[in-house]
Structures are given as C-alpha cells and as structure tokens.
Design a protein around this ligand. Structure first.
Ligand code: GDP
Ligand code: IMO
Ligand code: MG
Length: 425
C-alpha cells in the first residue's frame, strides 16, 4: 500500500468512505487532506452504520492513527458530535488527531455560506451550507484561524478581533446582527478544553511512518468534477479533491505518494447545481435513485442520477492522477435489462468530443450513448470475479478500456465484505 490516496473520480459520494474502511484494515495512518464536514462518508461494518463528516474512515481500526490534516477546514462542534457518537457506539477515538495547521470553521462561516448562497439567487451553487467556502476564503485572505491558535489565548484573541472586523462588516451589508467577540471566545474556550489535546504537529510522526514505509491512506473528499481548479467551476467546492493535493494537504514529499485509487460508481450521481451531462430525468433515473438510495449523507437532498460518464472518468484519470479504480454499487444496476454509458459529448455545432469542455459549454452537450446488455441477476453475494455474471464482467472491462486505468475492485453492497477483486483467482 505504501502511501495511497483514495479519491472521488466523479461528482462525489462515490463510496470513498466504504473503500477507505475496507483498506484501513491494513493501514497505520488514515488522513483527510482537504474539505471539511461537507463530506458524508458512509461506513457499514460490524460496529454499525456511520455517516462520517470529518473523522477519517479508518477510525474503526484501533491500530490505525487517524489525522484530520492541514489542508482541511474543521468545525470543532461537528467534530465533537462525531467523536461522541463514535464513542457511544463503542469505537475508540483515542488515536484521532488534528493538524495544528487545519483551519477552523466558526459559526459565522455557516452564516456567511447561507447568506452568500441566498444572494446568488438563480446562480446558487447548492452548497452544503457547512461554511466550507467562507472558511477557505478566509484562509486565502489570511484572516482564517487555525486549530493551533486555540492553544494561545493572547494570539487567538488578536487574530479573532481581526477576523470579526471583516465578518461584521460583511454581515452589516446583509442587515444581519453583529457577532460579538465574547460569544466566539466562549466557544473557543470550550473547544480548547474538549479537544486541545488532539491538536498536534503530525510532521515528525509522519516523517517516521513514511520513512519506514508504513501503510498510509489519504482519504479524499468529494470528487474531481467538483475540484476547485479542475472541476466545473464555479459549481465546485473550495478545495482540491484531486490526489495530487494529498501531499500538500498532509505535508510530505509528493514523490512519496505511490498510488492514487479513484472511486467511481457504476453509474453517476451529483448533488448541487451545475452541468451533469449524463443525467437521467426519466424512469431509469428514478430507479437508480431508489435502488441506490441516492439521498445526500450530509443534507438528505435527493441526488441527481445518470449513466456512467466515460468522458468525465477519463478526465478524472488524468487530472486526478489515478493509478487504479474501484467501481462501487454495481449491484444497483442488477435490475436493468439495458445499461448505457456516455462515451463522448456532442457539442451544439454537431461535433463530437471526448475531452472535457468548459462549464458554459458543458451545460449544452448531449451525451453520445453506448448500450450494454444488463445481467438482471443479483450480484450482492458475489465475492470472486468469477461469481459475477458475464455481462457484468464485460461491462466492467469496458469501463476499464474507456477510462484507461485498471479496475482493481468492484463493490456489490454497502457492507465492508461486499467487495470483489476485479481479476480471476
Ligand atoms: P462517499 O461520500 O464517497 O463516502 O459516499 P457516500 O457514503 O456519500 O455514498 C455512497 C452510498 O452508497 C452510501 O450510502 C454507501 O453505504 C453506499 N454504498 C457504497 N458502496 C456500495 C455498493 O457497492 N452497493 C450499494 N448498494 N451501496 C453502496
Ligand atoms: P463527499 O465527500 C457530494 C457539493 C455541494 C455543492 C458543491 C459545493 O461525501 O463526496 P460546498 O458545501 O463544498 O461548498 O458545496 O459541492 N458537495 C458534495 N457533493 N458529496 C460531497 O462530499 C459533497 N461536498 C460538497 O452539493 O454542489
Ligand atoms: Mg458522501
């Protein structure tokens, strides 16, 4: 495994949590490197069903150290809630750390997310309203507060005064009540008491772990199509889900990253606004939503559904640097007599492309469909490649050809063990 990143290769919710939970059984470290509690990573294992928002999905392995890395934005309130829920389920959180460099999401970031989204009107992004965009914007504007700042009262107070001047100026333009410093200071005192001991500088520990070639997993949030630089801007998140950001968001030499595993559903889903070329608005889309239980793990919103998009996966394979692919939710396709794949996009002028067009053009493309016979057989009990019906195997091999990246595993259910190595034994 060495250092492996597990990243979303589509529009998010591909099953990253489920794949990380599976691989974490052999990992010494699992690290979130970007994003915040906009993530909803579902894990189903012997401890129960969990929707993790910020805690890395390796938390169920007591041998694994879990780190919320420098490139993330952390809402201490939701982190504490998650820790509490895990402990109540009998899961140890002793090995959970937060990099002192991670930025804090304050309640005012959520307020600003809400106000800015409403102000966008028809152009709304459909954010999770978790304060992600405003927190990263403050980071870039250098008025963010970091987890390590919690540990020095005087420094923190000065930093917060500066941040609140800017926040309150913006709030007044919306006619929103001002936020007093005292209110925020009360919160930070509580956070320091509850989680100050988890705030660390992980660099020396990771230097040792990576130097000794211990297995380390990086857990991505969202997917390439919502990457701040490589996704369908502006309908993106405010950080970089691409695997290449892993070493930046954790803090180790990029040449130490040995593998990037892209997770992709056997079809596609998206939540939020923006182009989604392979979208189905007919009965097939409804069947995918019902069979795949496609409702947001963070917001509960119904997910948009569509057939597999090979243009997007090929683009994700390159920009996301994928070395391997895991296909999830194959079982959701079990009911379909015919399955389609978007192999190219037709542009409004009639020409056909397999490259990713810019956002304004992506709105107007029509998918070029390729049709595959379904298998109409329950695959959820398959555990070996040979257990899968021939048509399902041929479908997977075709997705491999189209993406240009080896498919290493196929998952056929949400539980940890419902996974098939994509090769004959
Ligand atoms: P993530 O954000 O990438 O971790 O994905 P989510 O947890 O948001 O969404 C994936 C959903 O699909 C969750 O409800 C999982 O329990 C479920 N899931 C994952 N893999 C499979 C699979 O192979 N089959 C089925 N039926 N469900 C799966
Ligand atoms: P996981 O990690 C699916 C989407 C939102 C919106 C856009 C920006 O579970 O795959 P943000 O709140 O980040 O500013 O919203 O990104 N989005 C997600 N969609 N899964 C997620 O996380 C998402 N996190 C954000 O719907 O379109
Ligand atoms: Mg999710």
């Amino acid at each position: 495994m060495a250092v492996t990143a597990v990243v979303g290769a589509q529009w998010g919710d591909e099953g990253k949590g489920r794949v990380v939970d599976y691989l974490a059984q052999d990992a010494r470290w699992v690290i979130r490197y970007q994003g915040g509690d906009n993530a909803g990573h579902t894990v189903v294992n012997e401890h129960g069903t969990f929707r993790l928002h910020i805690v890395p999905s390796g938390i169920f392995n007591p041998e694994t150290r879990c780190l919320v890395g420098a490139g993330t934005v952390v809402n201490p309130d939701t982190l504490l809630e998650e820790i509490d829920a895990l402990q109540k389920a009998g899961v140890s959180t002793e090995n959970l750390y937060v990099d002192r460099r991670a930025h804090i999401i304050f309640p005012y970031h959520r307020i600003l997310d809400d106000l800015r989204e409403s102000a966008r009107g028809e152009g709304a992004i459909g954010t999770t309203k978790r304060g992600i965009g405003p927190a990263y914007a403050h980071k870039a504007a250098r008025i963010g507060i970091r987890m390590g700042d919690l540990l020095n009262e005087e420094w923190l107070k000065g930093r917060l005064e500066q941040a609140l001047t800017s926040v309150n100026r913006e709030l007044s333009t919306y006619g929103h009540p001002q936020i007093p410093l005292g209110e925020i200071m009360e919160k930070v005192h509580f956070w320091r008491k509850q989680m100050g001991h988890r705030v660390v500088d992980p660099v020396p520990m990771l230097k040792a772990a990576i130097g000794e070639e211990e297995p380390v997993l990086l857990e991505g949030q969202l997917g390439v199509m919502r990457d701040l630089d490589w996704g369908e801007y502006p309908f993106v998140t405010s950080s970089n889900p691409v695997g290449g950001y892993g070493p930046v968001g954790v803090g180790f030499p990029s040449w130490r990253l040995s593998e990037i595993w892209g997770v992709a559903k056997a079809y596609t889903t998206a939540v939020g606004a923006g182009p989604f070329p392979a979208e189905l608005t007919d009965e097939s889309g409804d069947i995918l939503r019902a069979r795949g239980n496609e409702y947001g793990a963070t917001t509960g919103r119904p997910r948009r559904t569509g057939w597999f998009d090979a243009v997007a996966i090929k683009y994700a394979a390159w920009t996301g640097g994928l070395t391997d692919i895991v296909i999830t939710k194959l079982d959701v396709l079990d009911a379909f007599p015919e399955i389609k794949v978007a192999v190219a996009y037709r542009l409004p002028d009639g020409s056909v492309t397999r490259e990713m067009p810019d956002t304004w053009m992506l709105e107007h493309v029509e998918p070029v469909w390729e049709s595959h016979p379904g298998w109409e057989t329950d695959t959820s009990d398959a555990r070996r490649w040979e257990d899968l019906p021939l048509n399902a195997r041929e479908y997977i091999r075709r997705l491999e050809d189209l993406s240009g990246v080896p498919i290493v595993y196929v998952s056929v259910g949400p539980e940890r063990g419902q996974i098939v190595p994509a090769r004959e034994r």
